[in-house]
Design a protein around this ligand. Structure first.
Ligand code: SF4
Length: 212
């Protein structure tokens, strides 16, 4: 946060302001809620550093406008009562004010996170997508509703099993190919799931549909 002013840093630390990269109403493309209408709030800032990241422009939080947390909640809730907070890494920020306002407005709140920071806020559905370069905090594994492991190379299947051993029994288990490797990876994912049917294939359908 080197380029935020000291006043902005205070507001960010309090969760009153958040760096909003984009916000839009669309259909959730992947995972357990695939096909569901949802309002996405994509927060800027990520310190995980996956080399295959497809939203690298999110990493530097200072590039994204700060918005009042209650204001973005009000805008989102006007469109839809299912809200998906994503990033970047949204748990870098204190989400208490944003999520309190969303709950007051009758929303169901999802978050998509690597789990590498402590959760601050009220969340109804946690999509945990662990990354090898910065592992999740231990406490978030048992809170996760769905585990989504991105498959980039063969070692990621082993990583997926290590991560699955840490989540609760109710947690749904998804394997999803990294987008640029999808042609070669989905045949491997299919074979793997046929051998290990506790896993479910997740496909980024929004990219095929050419919607955000
Ligand atoms: Fe990109 Fe997500 Fe990895 Fe951050 S955690 S680098 S936003 S893929």
């Amino acid at each position: 946060m080197s380029d935020f002013s000291s006043e902005q840093k205070i507001l960010l630390n309090q969760g009153k302001m958040l760096p909003v990269m984009e916000h839009f109403y669309t259909i959730q493309g992947e995972g357990a809620h695939s096909g569901r209408a949802a309002y996405f709030i994509r927060l800027g800032g990520c310190d995980v550093g996956c080399h295959w990241c497809d939203v690298k422009e999110s990493w530097d939080a200072t590039l994204h406008p700060l918005m009042d947390a209650e204001e973005i909640a009000t805008i989102a809730a006007k469109h839809c009562k299912t809200i998906i907070i994503t990033g970047g890494e949204p748990l870098m920020w204190d989400l208490n004010i944003l999520t309190k306002k969303l709950k007051e407005l009758g929303c169901t709140i999802h978050v998509e996170t690597s789990g590498s920071h402590n959760l601050r806020g009220h969340i109804d559905w946690i999509t945990l997508s662990p990354k090898k370069v910065k592992l999740p905090k231990e406490e978030i594994y048992q809170m996760a509703d769905e585990l989504k492991v991105v498959i980039f190379n063969n070692h990621d299947f082993k990583f997926a099993e290590e991560q699955a051993a840490k989540v609760s029994e109710k947690c749904k288990l998804y394997l999803q190919s990294e987008w640029s490797k999808r042609e070669q990876n989905y045949s491997k994912i299919t074979d793997y799931i046929l051998q290990n049917p506790k896993w479910i294939a997740s496909v980024q359908t929004h990219k095929y549909l050419n919607i955000p």
